[in-house]
Design a protein. Structure first.
Length: 316
């Protein structure tokens, strides 16, 4: 069982991989090149890819003599892998659901609070040395407690965000999804994203990326939002039409945005970087030692199951 781990992992994950498998760990932190993806499919039984490694139908078809039997994705989002093309080539795909839920919901709350309370702008003010002291109308933001949040996609992460908003901040929780949800606290389902956008103070994106959700948040949705409202995206960049978001922020159509992900990641347009009303994080959703270790163990559990001829715990 030859395994290729495509990025450095936490010490615990690397130690387990070395103990259990014939593993090669790529020292580079960047995304895989086309040549590397082709080599991965040709030379390894299992590959552990991650965000940004575009295993498209074209890449998969370009290696007809594939040795690879499993793409054990490191991460819950797998929109960078063409799952049906992989399946057709006899390659299973697994992901790491659950391990990422609370950490990503915490980053959504960080962005809600930072955007509403202008925390990034305030931090820049203090750091620049130009803060002249407290006064009653200094940097007034939006009060968060008791407001209304609209969550696009009340799945694992969406429901965890709603739980924090309801129990932690006494917020009313609206959502859109393909099916009715009962997360264990009060929620109301909206028929469309636009209808929900018009009613909320915070619109939070928590659906998976991919063709079906590309530009789900576009000019229409942004125009429906109230001028004091904030857009938060912790899911995938391409779900929000970035050019429309920049225009909405520049025209003060909405009050602010908190982003962990970007349409052309890691490229972040200068127009966004120049706006004080947007909080920009470098895709920190799952970035804690414990969570990245749990994700790595989950990916390795799938590798171990394949090696033992057992059913894969997390097939997609
Ligand atoms: P999940 O449990 O599968 O939940 C996805 C939710 O989106 C469900 O409510 C689902 O509705 C809804 N949905 C799926 N496809 C849809 C579509 N085409 N149109 C409308 N709604 C749709 O996924 P999760 O674990 O919460 O993760 C969500 C996403 O967060 C991941 O796919 C990943 O891209 C992203 N993520 C980001 C970070 C980060 O670092 N920022 C970390 C982890 C995850 P139904 O249940 O009704 O189908």
């Amino acid at each position: 069982m030859k395994l290729w781990i495509t990025r450095p992992m936490t010490a615990a994950v690397e130690a387990r991989a070395r103990a259990e498998f014939d593993v090669h760990i790529r020292p580079d932190t960047g995304v895989l090149s086309r040549a590397e993806m082709e080599r991965a499919l040709r030379d390894y039984d299992v590959v552990m890819p991650t965000l940004g490694d575009l295993f498209s139908a074209e890449v998969i078809a370009s290696v007809p003599d594939t040795r690879c039997r499993l793409l054990a994705n490191f991460g819950v989002g797998y929109n960078h892998i063409d799952v049906s093309a992989a399946r057709a080539a006899g390659i299973a795909v697994t992901n790491t659901p659950g391990a990422v839920t609370d950490a990503t919901a915490d980053i959504a709350m960080t962005l809600i609070l930072m955007s509403a309370r202008r925390a990034g702008e305030g931090e820049r003010l203090v750091r620049s040395g130009s803060w002249r002291g407290w006064h009653p109308t200094q940097m007034l933001g939006l009060h968060v407690t008791g407001k209304t949040v609209g969550i696009i996609g009340l799945g694992r992460i969406g429901a965890a965000i709603g739980r924090r908003c309801h129990f932690g901040f006494g917020m009313k929780v609206l959502y859109t999804a393909r099916s009715d949800k009962d997360p264990g606290y009060p929620v109301s389902r909206c028929d469309s994203v636009e209808e929900m956008a018009a009613q909320v103070d915070f619109l939070v994106v928590a659906v998976p990326g991919g063709a079906e959700t590309r530009h789900l948040v576009d000019e229409g949705v942004l125009a429906a939002m109230q001028p004091h409202a904030h857009l938060i995206n912790i899911a995938r960049g391409e779900i929000v039409k970035e050019s429309a978001l920049i225009a909405a922020l520049q025209d003060n159509q909405i009050a602010g945005a908190g982003l962990d992900v970007y349409e052309f990641e890691p490229k972040v347009p200068e127009a966004l970087r120049g706006l004080d009303s947007v909080t920009l994080l470098p895709h920190l959703g799952t970035a804690t030692e414990e969570v990245r270790t749990n994700m790595g163990h989950m990916a390795l559990d799938n590798v171990a199951a394949l090696a033992a001829g057992k059913p894969l715990p997390n097939p997609v």
